[in-house]
Design a protein around this ligand. Structure first.
Ligand SMILES: [Mg+2]
Length: 379
């Protein structure tokens, strides 16, 4: 019933936006003739406001500064987003600078998107969130140019997207309990740990819900005995798996841990590119792939293939991101075992619209490209 209601509503939205697109297209075609092949690229640093302070084992934030990319070529407007990761020496400014440097790459043929990605990768090491934004915009452009949704371009079924977990940051037990109770539609909760009060927090959550939990230590446990004790204690309390128990570089201790834990451990901070995967296979049961960490959708697809070849479980995660980047990641979820794509739920000034939650599952529409549109007036 709920779903039917949604489909009815989204049908109306699609119909009205098609009228808008048709009008826009007539106007743009004339413009394009005058400047055929011209590329317009603009970037905006956009401050995302978090609904509540966001605390992980390594810090607390109230806002995050992401970079929004608008790419226009041959009359087709496409969008990308970077959520810079400070842990990897990225900032909104460094991402923006990389995007501007990439202009000569974007001026080439975007249909050859695989070559363009390799050229972006060769431009400079790191700045993977900026590469993800450009890769997202290029693929949005390709799919829009074909007039099909991006999940169709990838050959994926939008009815098979995964439910997402809802993440609860580190806070007082009372606040964490209240948050857990405020999101009954989410069938699986992800709890941030890696601090002295971890057991108190998990017991507090358990006192108010019996839903399955997953846990993310964000490298917070420094010692393998402590990590083993914590993970097996959590296994008894309905925790399904634990993300990144110890520091990323510490593969030896993760190998030791993998042989002893009662529930799977997943690599997050330890994995970036496909080259990382072979060494991780003996140290973890699975990996968490994030567009911002690996450099975009194309590298994420390669990571899926390589990780599966090594028998690893797969989750797809996110940073604090708007509906734009969350829509991009959602298109890939049919290839994964778990999805943690809730960054846009944690903010109160989402600059994109068009992604709708059905319970705890994002619904993708049949609009071309990523299927979302900006709410910022000047865009
Ligand atoms: Mg994580």
């Amino acid at each position: 019933m709920k779903r039917q209601e949604f489909l009815k509503t989204s049908g109306l939205i699609i119909a009205s936006s098609l009228i808008g697109n048709c009008q826009g297209r007539v106007k743009k075609e004339k413009e394009v003739e005058a400047r055929k092949g011209a590329l317009r690229l603009s970037t905006t640093i956009y401050e995302l406001q978090l609904r509540q302070a966001w605390t992980l084992s390594r810090g607390t934030w109230n806002t995050r500064r992401n970079v929004l990319v608008r790419l226009e070529k041959d009359g087709v407007v496409a969008y990308g987003e970077s959520a810079p990761i400070p842990r990897y020496n990225e900032s909104a400014e460094s991402n923006q600078e990389f995007i501007q440097r990439a202009l000569p790459v974007l001026e080439k043929d975007l249909w050859e998107y695989q070559d363009r990605w390799r050229e972006l990768e060769a431009l400079a090491p790191g700045q993977n969130a900026a590469k993800a934004a450009l890769d997202m915009a290029i693929l949005d452009w390709v799919a829009k140019s074909l007039g099909i949704p991006l999940y169709r371009f990838f050959g994926l079924d939008r009815n098979k997207t995964l439910p997402t977990t809802f993440s609860i940051g580190i806070d007082t037990v009372e606040v964490m309990q209240k948050t857990a109770q405020s999101v009954p539609a989410f069938r699986r909760l992800k709890i941030k740990v890696g601090v002295a009060d971890d057991k108190k927090h998990i017991e507090g959550i358990r006192a108010v819900t019996d839903r399955p939990l997953v846990v993310d230590a964000n490298e917070g446990w420094k010692d393998r005995q402590q990590a083993l004790e914590m993970i097996n204690w959590m296994a008894e309390r309905g925790v399904e798996f634990v993300e990144q128990p110890m520091p990323a570089a510490n593969l030896e201790d993760h190998r030791w841990l993998k042989e002893r834990v009662k529930i799977p451990i997943m690599a997050d901070e330890s994995v970036h590119k496909i080259q990382d995967v072979p060494a991780l296979a003996s140290a973890f049961h699975g990996i968490n792939i994030k567009l911002m960490k690996c450099g975009g959708l194309q590298e994420a697809l390669r990571l899926v293939a390589v990780a599966r070849a090594h028998g690893l479980k797969l989750m797809i995660g996110c940073m604090i991101e708007s509906s734009l980047a969350i829509a991009a990641a959602t298109t890939l979820t049919p290839l994964f075992d778990y999805a943690d794509l809730d960054g846009n739920i944690l903010i109160n000034n989402d600059p994109f619209r068009g992604l709708t939650l059905d319970g705890d599952r994002w619904l993708l529409t049949d609009k071309p490209g990523l299927g979302v549109e900006p709410v910022i007036p000047e865009w």
